[in-house]
Design a protein around this ligand. Structure first.
Ligand code: SAH
Length: 233
């Protein structure tokens, strides 16, 4: 089963972009996943192929027309694939979603631009709004690449070493421990002695403790049972 990505965008040249590099790029050229871009402009209206118009009710910027967006989406064979609309208002994209989608047949991603997309297209086509962070990008293209990269690297046979997938950040709900390699001392900073001990049980215990320490310090919200704040008296 191969994985098919379909991207609706005003900037088809942005793809594959970083998805053409390294393991994921090799998997693309070997046909282990496929990429199709749909040029939204081709569905635009009039001699200028206009895709956007002024917001109803006034205000700054332009909004992508519902009819133009829907026509572009309807030109794609959906085959049961989720239809995503990257948007700052969306459900936060997580490793759990990446894992779910990596088990599927592919994704369709509609890349917004300007102020965004007419709400009626989102509703009428059942788009799932997904946010890649509490920031505002200029368009959905980089968000689409981010989502696809996270999903594709989980597909069997895309990364060389599947062990590297089972030990990384978020897999056990924790952030990853620090990594070290040569040289043994860098600018007076030695590699932690335990990692050179050859004692695998001690090394594993150290790594686990480091994962917990770093997660507690940086992302306590990820910990399984965050202690509820004491009630205010
Ligand atoms: N006016 C919108 C932002 C539009 S940004 C708002 O205030 O919510 C233009 C496009 O960039 C959006 O349609 C969306 O597709 C994409 N985009 C911007 N920020 C994003 C984010 N954090 N996550 C996913 N997509 C984003």
């Amino acid at each position: 089963m191969t994985f098919s990505a379909s991207i609706v965008t005003l900037f088809p040249d942005a793809f594959p972009g970083a998805l053409g590099l390294s393991h994921i790029g090799r998997a693309l050229s070997e046909g282990r996943w496929s990429l199709e871009t749909i040029d939204l402009r081709a569905f635009g209206q009039g001699p200028h192929k206009q895709v956007d118009d002024t917001p109803a009710g006034g205000g700054p910027g332009m909004v992508i027309r519902a009819d133009v967006a829907a026509a572009a989406i309807d030109s794609i064979r959906r085959n049961g694939r989720p239809l995503l609309y990257p948007s700052p208002r969306g459900r936060p994209f997580t490793q759990a979603l990446a894992r779910d989608w990596s088990h599927g047949d592919g994704l369709i991603v509609f890349c917004g631009r300007f102020e965004g997309l007419d709400e009626r297209a989102i509703d009428a086509r059942g788009m799932l709004e997904v946010s890649v962070g509490d920031v505002v990008l200029a368009g959905g293209e980089i968000a689409a690449m981010l989502i696809l990269e996270a999903v594709l690297r989980l597909r069997p046979g895309v990364l060389g070493n599947s062990d590297s997938l089972s030990e990384e950040s978020f897999v056990a709900g924790l952030l990853e421990q620090p990594h070290y390699t040569r040289p043994r001392v860098f600018e007076d900073r030695p590699i932690p002695e335990v990692l050179l001990s050859g004692d695998h049980a001690r090394i594993e215990a150290w790594r686990k403790a480091e994962r917990e320490r770093i997660t507690r310090a940086r992302r306590p919200d990820l910990l399984p049972n965050p202690k509820p704040a004491p009630p205010e008296s």
